[in-house]
Design a protein around this ligand. Sequence first.
Ligand code: SF4
Length: 326
Amino acid sequence: MGAGRLITWSPSVTLVPSRGCFNHCGYCSFRVPLDQARPLELSQALELLQRRPEAREVLLLSGEVAPASPERPEWLRRLLALSRLALAQGRLPHTNAGPLALAEMAALARLNPSMGLMLEGLGPAYGPLHRQAPSKRLGVRLGQLEQAGRLGLPFTTGLLLGVGESQADRRRGLECLAALQRRWGHLQEVILQPWRPDGEQGRPLDAQERRDLLATIALARRLLPPEVHLQMPPNLWPLAALPEALEAGIDDLGGIDSADVINPAYPQPSPQQLAALLEPQGWRLRPRLCVHRRWWPWLPPALQRRVQRLAHQLEGACASAADHAC
Ligand code: SF4
């Protein structure tokens, strides 16, 4: 029984500035080669935002351009323009676009109340998968998480789980994140993301995979400071069994859009489905913004005012909605 524990989620819409990516991760079904990428135009982005009026978070999820590429300045300009568009539409951008130079991250941080970058994972299983992905080197990822901490930027990170890593590898990854949090305090969420095959090979987690992940969730809850939310994408866990992940320590379901652009074979449950499952079992499901309340004081004043206004709207929408998931 959930004993009234609060489970949060973020009404979200995902925009993909570009699927073009200079990395070539062994598990990726998202990327296209840079020379075949079609960047998202602002007019297309506006249309997508207008189709999801209830989404407060705009997740900008982009393929990466190499740090020294002549295409990088234009790629960054697009991320900044899309962030401004999100704000102009009364939403909050949350950018996850790979490693950023200090000046790039600082420029985006003026517009994004929170940003994200997965640590991905540690251990030999990731070696072959990241052989052609220079930005996935552990030192690069840890350096980015440090940089975000130095900038005081509320941050989302996480581990990709189930590519062949051991429980000891998972523990080391979680210990790295715990140490970062003790140093900087900026990690608002850690996503425990099960790797899933996509397309026709898509299949739900089996019982053994779930048991392993439950042990990892419980370990994460023990190792990470209590203010760090543990997130599980609800479409990657069998819906009827979701309460067992919550019992183990998950307390956030992340951004929920109408579809998952990374794992399109796994449909998103609707907030109403989640509420119908969880609330009779004693869980309280509530929408949130992309930045959790504890980190609002970290934001520049202009972003703080926006966040407070949007939170007020979200609470008003909940109060007048028939179901608590809004
Ligand atoms: S960095 Fe991301 S988009 Fe690029 S290949 Fe790796 S997983 Fe795919």
